[in-house]
Design a protein around this ligand. Structure first.
Ligand code: PAF
Length: 294
């Protein structure tokens, strides 16, 4: 496994693979790898000839007052795990390499996709997604992957990135892999590292809430309000006030009023102790993941 720090080195390393028409897979990460990331690396290894992992805590997707300074970092451990999971090339640039002095360009998916849920101005805001799409567009340009792998846990991010790929005609498939969960259901996240034992136990209420919504729908509830109330009760039992617990369609992220067989994204975000956590399920979809853009 090779480690490079500049986009020029990255391109030079990948030129032969590109010339030979070999399939390059990209797994973009911010490091602090957990089993969710490893499942993306394994999927990339299985489907692609060359596996590239990026490791970059992207400053432009963190708002003022967010946790960029506290964000867990352990490059040596991440490199060991990447090597053990068959990564060929790691791109771990400094912020000045990605955003040199005078950097003035942004890639933005406009409209409601980036303004609801996490993009709501009272939450992370659409600036968060602008930071994500800008850095991912740069990675796509530098790596030229055939397939890029993302996690279902960040469902809104995956939907936004699929829209960017469609609109800008990147010849790239976005593969969304299932959320990896701890035994009690908690979705794995680098931010779980912020939780003490008590908050770690409470945090499992997010997935229990989503499970309660799923069970309510399976038991015949078609009204979103009724199903979400079952989820809200699970959160209340742990004293968790969600930032949101909402049901939206998986194309435009428009609110839905009923479960009628079409895929519906039920997404939750809540602060548990010092950590802001997100999770979701897709109800009525083929495989529990956000379906490909139509
Ligand atoms: O999901 C993440 O870890 C980040 O948002 C990503 C896609 C690596 C962009 O910085």
């Amino acid at each position: 496994m090779k480690l490079v720090r500049t986009a020029a080195e990255l391109r030079a390393e990948l030129d032969p693979a590109r010339r030979d028409g070999r399939a390059i897979g990209l797994v973009p990460t911010m490091g602090a790898l957990h089993a969710g990331h490893l499942s993306l690396l394994d999927a990339a290894r299985e489907r692609c000839d060359v596996v590239v992992m990026s490791l970059f805590v992207n400053p432009t997707q963190f708002g003022p007052g967010e946790d960029i300074d506290a964000y867990p970092r352990d490059e040596a451990r991440d490199l060991e795990l990447a090597a053990a999971h068959g990564v060929d090339l790691v791109y771990a640039p400094d912020p000045a390499e990605v955003y040199p002095a005078g950097f003035a360009t942004a890639v933005e998916v406009s409209g409601s996709l980036t303004r609801v849920l996490d993009g709501d101005p009272g939450r992370r805001g659409s600036e968060h997604f602008r930071g994500v799409t800008t850095v991912v567009a740069k990675l796509f340009n530098a790596v030229g992957p055939r397939i890029a792998f993302f996690g279902q846990k960040d469902a809104q991010q995956a939907i936004v990135l699929r829209r960017m790929v469609r609109d800008l005609e990147f010849p790239i498939e976005i593969e969304v892999m299932p959320t990896v969960r701890a035994a009690d259901g908690l979705a794995l996240s680098s931010r779980n590292a912020y939780l003490d034992d008590r908050d770690r136990r409470r945090a499992a209420a997010l997935s229990r809430a989503l499970g309660a919504v799923e069970r309510a729908v399976a038991a015949g509830a078609t009204s979103v309000a009724e199903a979400l109330a079952a989820g809200r009760a699970e959160l209340e039992a742990e004293g968790i006030e969600p930032e949101y617990l909402e049901a939206r369609d998986t194309d435009g992220l428009d609110p839905v009023q009923s479960f009628n067989g079409r895929p519906v994204l039920v997404a939750v975000a809540a602060r548990v102790g010092p950590a802001r956590l997100i999770d979701n399920v897709v109800i009525g979809g083929a495989d529990g993941r956000v379906p490909p853009t139509e």
